[in-house]
Design a protein around this ligand. Structure first.
Ligand SMILES: Nc1ncnc2c1ncn2[C@@H]1O[C@H](COP(=O)(O)OP(=O)(O)OP(=O)(O)O)[C@@H](O)[C@H]1O
Ligand SMILES: [Mg+2]
Length: 244
C-alpha cells in the first residue's frame, strides 16, 4: 500500500503552550518497501505514524492510501479502514495480558468478523512464522520483550495488513532479540507488506529501502531510490516532494 502525506500539520495545545509536532510535512511511502524513519527525540516521528495509521487526524493537510484521500473520512469509516489495513507495532504493545498469546494474535481478525476457525488458523500460522508456535498457549506476561514484539508482528501477519507501522520496536531489546524483530519485519516486506519503521539506531535505519530523516516536524532528508532524486525545498526542508 502506498501512502502519501500532503502538507500535514499537527499541533498540540495545552493551556498557554502550543507545540507544532508536524509542520507542513509531505512524504511518500512507497508500496511494499521498508521505509525507516530517524530523527531526534521530539521531532514528530510518533505523531507522524499516528496520522499515517489513522489514529489521529491532521489539523491541516491530507493522507492518501493508494492515491485515495482518507484522513477526512468520518470516524467510523476511518476505524474500519484502519482495522482492515493497518497494524501497529508500538513499544507499548497493547497485548491483552488476560488472554493467551494465540488469542491475542487472533483477536483483530475476529474484529473483522472472520470466522473463528479461520482466525485461529491464521494466528497459529503467524506464530509459527515468528518462531513462537511453542508459546501459543502462554500469556503475554510470560514472554520476553523480544517475544512480545514478535507477537505484535504475528498479529499483523494474521490480519494480512497492507501496512505495518512500527515505532521503535527494538528500543529496549538486546541484539539477538532486535535481530529477530527486524527479520520478522523483513519477512513481512517479502510478502509485499509496506513497513514503516521508526528507530533511533542509525545502523537499523540503514536497513531501509528508503531512509527518511526528520527534524522539528519536517522531513529534512529522504534517501535511496526515488526519494533521493527529489530536490530539497529552498528552505532546506525536504518537503513538498510529492508529485501533485
Ligand atoms: N498529546 C500531546 N500533547 C502535547 N504535546 C505533544 C503530544 N504528543 C506529542 N507532543 C509533542 O509533539 C512533539 C513531537 O512528539 P513525538 O512523540 O511525535 O516525537 P518523537 O519524534 O516520536 O520523539 P521520541 O523519539 O522521543 O519518541 C514533541 O514536542 C511532543 O512533546
Ligand atoms: Mg516517539
Amino acid at each position: 500500500m502506498q501512502i502519501e502525506l500532503h502538507g500535514v500539520t499537527r499541533r498540540f495545545r495545552s493551556r498557554n503552550v502550543e507545540t507544532t509536532a508536524l509542520n507542513g510535512l509531505s512524504l511518500e511511502i512507497p508500496s511494499g518497501q521498508l521505509t525507516t524513519v530517524i530523527g531526534p527525540s521530539g521531532c514528530g516521528k510518533t505523531t507522524m505514524l499516528a496520522i499515517m495509521g489513522l489514529l489521529e487526524a491532521p489539523d491541516e493537510g491530507e493522507v492518501r492510501f493508494d492515491g485515495a484521500p482518507v484522513s477526512r473520512l468520518g470516524r467510523r469509516r476511518r476505524l474500519v479502514l484502519r482495522r482492515e489495513r493497518v497494524s501497529f507495532v508500538f513499544q507499548s504493545l497493547n497485548l491483552i495480558e488476560e488472554i493467551s498469546v494465540l488469542e491475542n494474535v487472533a483477536l483483530p481478525a475476529r474484529y473483522m468478523s472472520l470466522p473463528a476457525r479461520e482466525c485461529r488458523a491464521r494466528a497459529e500460522q503467524a506464530l509459527e512464522e515468528m518462531g513462537l508456535g511453542f508459546r501459543a498457549q502462554h500469556f503475554p506476561f510470560q514472554l520476553s520483550g523480544g517475544q512480545r514484539q514478535r507477537v505484535a508482528i504475528a498479529r499483523a501477519l494474521a490480519m494480512r495488513s497492507d501496512l505495518i507501522l512500527a515505532d521503535e520496536p527494538t528500543g529496549n531489546l538486546d541484539r539477538d532479540s532486535s535481530a529477530g524483530v527486524l527479520e520478522a519485519l523483513l519477512a513481512c516486506r517479502a510478502r509485499g507488506t509496506t513497513v514503516v519503521l521508526v528507530t533511533h539506531d542509525p545502523d537499523i535505519a540503514e536497513l531501509g529501502d528508503f531512509v527518511v530523516e526528520m527534524q522539528g516536524g519536517h522531513v529534512v532528508n529522504g534517501r535511496a531510490g526515488e526519494l533521493s532524486e527529489r530536490r530539497p525545498a529552498p528552505s532546506g526542508r525536504w518537503v513538498e516532494a510529492i508529485a501533485t
